[in-house]
Design a protein. Structure first.
Length: 266
């Protein structure tokens, strides 16, 4: 019987398989190489929409990366916040100061590193969630608009990933970082008119154009809520730039993450 034959010839068969597969039995059993998971860096800017990272956006990014099978490492610059906002009042908390890295660790559940340690060699892509921290702590856009300066480490990371041809994902207000640092990049922050309050931050699109980037009008609730700049490998989505239901924002961020992972080729 075939089973008896295999049993009796087991040692000889194993030897033959080893000779046929240079890597041994392990490589023989692997008819195709397993694809390594994409390694994605997520850069945070604090904890809380008005003075740091928008928490829902960060959570959506992490959920979609998890669903996509990515390996994630979170980073934040080790610098003081521009200021601290009392989120219950929407006003600055006088005489209070916080550190961006320390606050970001709340979202990362403690598993976070200084942005100075982020290198392209360790990652296949980088993603920046939004929140006013991107415009206050990662740059001075909230104060200086088109004349803003970008945090030195943030600028380095954006330029290094761009030079290496590795994808960059940004959502909400954070596309202004790419607009400032990457000449000629195409990004979206949604619409260019407020439309009765539906797009309360529509003026950002004008500033993006003044920075020398191309702004592409995108929805947040329909089939194509992310813009893919294939030349620069920059993927952006409006997220909370639009007043809409949370699940639409979640899905839009999912489209951004999906396209970032696709561009990694993993």
């Amino acid at each position: 019987a075939p089973t008896a034959m295999l049993t009796s010839r087991g040692p000889a068969l194993c030897t033959a398989l080893r000779r046929a597969a240079p890597g041994g039995l392990a490589s023989f059993h692997s008819s195709a190489r397993r694809c390594r998971a994409a390694r994605v860096a997520v850069v945070l800017s604090g904890c809380g929409v008005y003075d740091g990272t928008e928490i829902h956006e960060a959570s959506a990014v992490l959920v979609h990366l998890s669903r996509g099978g990515a390996e994630v490492q979170m980073y934040a610059p080790d610098v003081p916040q521009m200021h601290v906002i009392d989120h219950s009042k929407g006003q600055p908390a006088e005489a209070e100061s916080r550190n961006v890295l320390v606050e970001s660790a709340r979202i990362a559940r403690g598993k976070i590193s200084s942005l100075a340690k982020l290198t392209t060699a360790d990652h296949d892509a980088v993603i920046f969630p939004g929140g006013f921290g991107a415009a206050k702590n990662l740059s001075t856009f909230a104060v200086d608009g088109k004349d803003c300066k970008v945090n030195r480490e943030v600028e380095r990371v954006l330029k290094d990933f761009h030079k290496a041809g590795k994808p960059i994902g940004l959502c909400c207000i954070s596309p202004v970082l790419a607009a400032k640092v990457l000449s000629g990049a195409e990004v979206t922050v949604g619409h260019e008119e407020e439309e009765g309050g539906k797009w309360p931050y529509a003026g950002t699109a004008g500033a993006i154009k003044e920075l020398g980037a191309k702004h592409c009008v995108k929805e947040v609730t329909i089939s194509f809520p992310a813009h893919v700049d294939t030349k620069n490998k920059v993927v952006t989505t409006p997220a909370f730039m639009c007043e809409t239901a949370l699940h639409h924002i979640f899905d839009g961020i999912g489209a951004m993450v999906k396209n970032v992972l696709k561009l990694t080729g993993k």
